[in-house]
Design a protein around this ligand. Structure first.
Ligand code: NDP
Length: 403
């Protein structure tokens, strides 16, 4: 391999991933960060240049344009591209990787602009072409999806013969002091939480109204929080991969505070979360994109956010005929993250696994031609890297269960 990595995007997640790649200069010898707004890339290069032996570069790129991406890849010759732009750019970047035979890693599945679908089918369709080209694509190497898939693969391998129930719990106990703001890209975040909920039980998908199913859970180092059932993209791949292990049900829950939910309801009621274009003063605008423009930039939340995240998987099943309940989770402190890399914990918990996915592709551990979700590959190297690179995990064999 050469040690060149191309990172696309320069938002919150890319800022954290770029800082972690700079720390890991044994693997990443030259790093280029390219995004729509070049000044953000320049600022990151300036910030980290003195602290790393890695050579750093910045560029402007429109990642909606495959030809532009191909030209950039041909100039820099990266071993892999780490896509930390938005889900809308996944396919153009995958096309550019195919054309140049370059490995690919991302953190969120492709979404068409006009429908919030959260399906892997578009990217899974690239499987054969990536296999033939001899290149690897790792899909969803963030925390959820990403670490949650690795947690499940690790649990299945080490603690279960059969897996029956999985609950993925994503708790953000952080407080940024604003009445309403989103912790990552507002458009993507609001599309996700305002969609119908969905979980999988006894071979079928069960749909719910948004936020219809609510539970309370007492999270370690955070405390009691209300959490709501959402559809989340890793459910699709985990159902496919774990059904042969006896899976009966898988759900995803995320915590939300009352202020967030009240504001969201109000914004929904007045049509501000719509992804359908409307005419405004002779110009077409998309309400949710306008909303994004008036909300606080997630990267500005870093210095104000206090508290911790706790994200993990509760897995129930059997080993040697005996019942096993297993909880594996990570706790991350917003203020510690900000001190280390200048972002809050949501960007950090996504950026670190993105760096780890890229590292495992760069050093050959996860290089396997084709298109893979994180649970398809060996979990141990990823689990070790989480401990080493800032997201240590804990396990427990007597967790409180979610009813
Ligand atoms: P941001 O909005 O902060 O950053 C997105 C970046 O992509 C911005 O720098 C933006 O440029 C750039 N960008 C957007 N469109 C283009 C384009 N056409 N060409 C080039 N660059 C472009 O988002 P986040 O950092 O919060 O999120 C990044 C990704 O991470 C998203 O896909 C999100 O869904 C995913 N994510 C995954 C999580 C997980 O656990 N798996 C959790 C959180 C996020 P500009 O600066 O000009 O706006």
């Amino acid at each position: 391999m050469n040690g060149n990595l191309l990172i696309i995007g320069a938002g919150g997640v890319a800022s954290a991933a770029f800082a972690k790649c700079c720390q890991n200069s044994d693997v990443f010898k030259e790093i280029m960060i390219a995004s729509r707004t070049k000044s953000k890339c320049d600022a990151l290069v300036e910030k980290w240049r003195a602290s790393t032996p890695a050579k750093l570069h910045s560029e402007q790129v429109n990642a909606d344009n495959t030809e532009e991406l191909i030209a950039l890849i041909e100039r820099f010759h990266p071993f892999a591209v780490l896509n930390l732009a938005l889900p809308y750019q996944d396919l153009t970047i995958m096309d550019a990787c195919l054309a140049t035979k370059t490995h690919y890693i991302d953190t969120a599945n492709y979404e068409p602009l006009d429908t919030a679908k959260f399906e892997y089918k578009w990217q899974w369709d690239y499987r054969e072409r990536f296999e033939k080209a001899g290149i690897t694509a790792i899909l969803g190497s963030g925390f959820d999806p990403g670490v949650t898939g690795v947690f499940c693969a690790y649990a299945v391998k080490h603690h279960f013969d059969e897996v029956h129930y999985i609950d993925i719990l994503d708790c953000n106990g952080g407080d940024h002091g604003y009445p309403f703001a989103t912790n990552f890209n507002p458009e993507i975040n609001i599309r996700e939480v305002s969609a119908n909920g969905r979980y999988w039980e006894n071979g079928e998908w069960v749909e719910t109204a948004p936020m219809e199913i609510k539970r309370e859970y007492d999270f370690a180092e955070v405390g009691k929080k209300d959490m709501y059932l959402l559809y989340h993209e890793e459910l699709e791949s985990l159902v496919k991969n774990l059904s042969p292990k006896g899976l009966k049900r898988i759900r995803f829950f995320m915590t939300f505070g009352q202020s967030y939910l009240t504001h969201l309801k109000c914004l929904e009621n007045v049509g501000m979360t719509s992804i359908k274009p409307i005419m405004y003063e002779g110009r077409e605008i998309v309400p949710i994109q306008f909303l994004k423009a008036v909300l606080p930039d997630p990267s500005s939340l870093g210095p104000r956010t206090k508290g911790k995240t706790n994200i993990g998987c509760i897995i129930q099943g059997t080993k040697d005929g005996k019942p096993v309940n297993y909880y594996v989770y990570n706790i991350c402190d917003h203020e510690e993250c900000y001190k280390e890399v200048g972002t809050q914990a949501i960007s950090y918990t996504t950026g670190v696994p993105a760096m780890i996915g890229a590292m495992l592709v760069m050093n050959g551990t996860w290089t396997k031609p084709g298109v893979h979700n994180t649970e398809d590959l060996e979990p141990e190297p990823f689990m070790e890297a989480l401990n080493k690179w800032g997201l240590p995990w804990k396990e427990c064999f007597s967790p409180d269960l979610v009813d």
